[in-house]
Design a binder for this molecule. Structure first.
Ligand code: S3P
Length: 179
């Protein structure tokens, strides 16, 4: 497998699937560094994701997101939590598949709805949606995106996920950090 030679892990999944929280834990267990793509975009743009969407629109955001994703190409020993839309725009999924191990944290729609209810106002694509609109958005967007997410090297059930066993699986596949 190509990704076994690359010591980089991309966490992939819908908004609210826990990529950042899991990514930090996973990085600690593997002794890898951790980066959150959304945070990196915000520091690069010196602005929040919400403001970038408001001021420049989604197309601009997707270009910036792709550029920022490419900034990690030469990095090693890194766990990267991507944004929910990252794999589905430009050539990002193919890039990640060639650059490292892609892990899809899969979550059922109901669990995503539970988790996103509170967090919706902070997310530009969800802000202002009522319960029914949020449910419909999650359903439709997951349907559209999942085909891409499922190209990942590993698909993990986000509900029953055991972090030590995920770390173990990845340890057996990735290069150990020696420095
Ligand atoms: C988005 C997900 C967000 C962020 C942006 C767009 C999406 O990231 O990149 O709001 O298109 O699903 P999280 O998945 O980390 O919330």
């Amino acid at each position: 497998m190509i990704y076994e030679k690359k010591n980089k892990i991309y966490l992939i999944g819908f908004m609210g699937s826990g990529k950042s929280t899991l990514g930090k834990k996973l990085a600690r267990l593997l002794h890898y560094d951790f980066s959150d793509l959304d945070q990196y975009i915000e520091s690069t743009a010196a602005d929040s994701i919400s403001n970038i969407f408001d001021l420049h629109g989604e197309e601009y955001f997707r270009k910036l997101e792709s550029k920022c994703l490419n900034d990690f190409n030469n990095e090693t020993y890194k766990v990267i939590a991507t944004g929910g839309g990252t794999p589905c725009f430009h050539e990002n999924m193919n890039l990640m598949l060639s650059q490292g191990c892609c892990v899809y944290i899969r979550m059922p729609e109901g669990a995503l709805l539970e988790r996103l209810r509170k967090a919706a106002p902070k997310r530009p694509l969800l802000a202002g949606k009522d319960e029914a609109e949020l449910r419909t958005y999650i359903h439709d967007t997951l349907q559209a995106r999942e085909e891409t997410y499922l190209k990942s090297h590993l698909v993990i059930d986000g509900v029953s996920l055991s972090m030590p066993s995920l770390a173990q699986i990845l340890k057996s596949k990735m290069m150990e950090r020696t420095h």
